[in-house]
Design a protein around this ligand. Structure first.
Ligand code: PBG
Length: 324
């Protein structure tokens, strides 16, 4: 096809033509809404670096889950900030831990929204790393047991799906085995399969109070320079039994999303992380970007790249726009 026989502008002439040939349709069905649970009652504490996002006590998580359900959002992803942290991350798998309590309440009061739990230890360790420290470094295999125990405790509290994000080798197999042993063979795993050591998690670490107290996460999270390695990481998680695979962050890694969609036959999630959200919020507050348009354009781009599921702090705002 060549100009002048082909004139692409013919089908861009008005909105009805554009609707007919639109390839990507963003939908409320695509969204998972992350929430931060803190101890207490009636707590709604703004997160400075994430305008519009709050740390919420369980009662307020229930209320927010209710609103999400009314808007048609299929699921929420819960992060817990415990009242105290220790070296062994005991708050992560405590029967009455912040996540376990919150999951029980939400499942009781808003049964028909999916409650997904982030399975990691950084919010629960005093040192802020995602695993057990042995000789000054995160010990992989010791951490696996704790992750499996944490995932089982979430399932016992009623979680519909667990989402391991610690980037330990073998974590999906360890968690699958732990769940199956306790007869939770029907609880799926959404694996943070290709998770990068990204500066775009900065605002989240304020929200979850989970910044590492020494060093960084580069010896377990991936180098942003690598693409082939993401394929190897995802291959491992698929072989270990992941039900959904995830690429994280999303916007700076659209090429990885695109490759993952082509190479793997499993539902693909992308995590539109805190920094990606806050950048747009900040620019909009300065009057430099149209917030709603920037939100919709980035979510559409993530979907066009190949994501079936988008985990995003925009979930409520986007759902409101899409339901108009
Ligand atoms: C926990 C975890 C992190 C995020 C999700 N799960 C932080 C990190 O790895 O440091 C980041 C999410 C976001 O930035 O929105 N390991």
């Amino acid at each position: 096809m060549q100009f002048p026989d082909y004139r692409p502008r013919r089908l861009r002439k008005n909105e009805n033509f554009r609707r007919l040939i639109r390839e990507t349709q963003l939908s409320i069905n695509d969204f998972i809404y992350p929430l931060f649970a803190v101890p207490g009652k009636n707590v709604k504490k703004p997160i400075q670096a994430m305008p519009g996002i709050f740390q919420l006590s369980t009662d307020n998580i229930v209320a927010e889950a209710q609103k999400a359900r009314e808007l048609g959002i299929p699921g929420i992803l819960l992060f817990g900030i415990p009242s105290s942290k220790d070296d062994l991350a005991t708050g992560a798998f405590a029967k009455d831990g912040i996540i376990q309590q919150t999951v029980r309440r939400v499942k009781k009061e808003v049964p028909d929204i999916l409650v997904i739990t982030d399975v990691c230890l950084c919010e629960y360790t005093s040192h802020g790393h995602c695993g057990m420290i042995e000789k000054g470094a995160v010990d992989n295999d010791m951490t696996l047991e704790v992750l499996a125990e944490t995932a089982v405790s979430h399932a016992r509290a009623g979680a519909d799906m667990v989402a391991p994000s610690a980037m330990m080798d073998g974590q999906i197999a360890a968690i699958r085995e732990g769940l199956d042993e306790q007869n939770y063979e029907n609880i799926p795993i959404m694996a943070y399969a290709a998770k990068y050591a990204s500066c775009f998690y900065g605002p989240f670490r304020e929200a979850a109070q989970s910044a590492p107290q020494f060093g960084d996460r580069k010896d377990y999270q991936m180098d942003p320079a690598n693409g082939d390695e993401a394929i190897r990481e995802i291959t491992l998680d698929v072989s270990e039994g992941a039900d959904i695979i995830m690429v994280k962050p999303a916007l700076a890694y659209l090429d990885i999303i695109c490759r993952a969609k082509q190479e793997f036959d499993l539902p693909l999630a992308a995590y539109n992380v805190s920094g990606e959200y806050s950048m747009i919020k900040a620019a909009a507050q300065m009057g430099w970007l149209d917030e709603e348009k920037a939100m919709l354009e980035s979510l559409t781009a993530i979907k066009r790249a190949g994501a079936d599921i988008i985990i995003t702090y925009w979930a409520m705002q986007a759902a409101k726009v899409l339901s108009k």
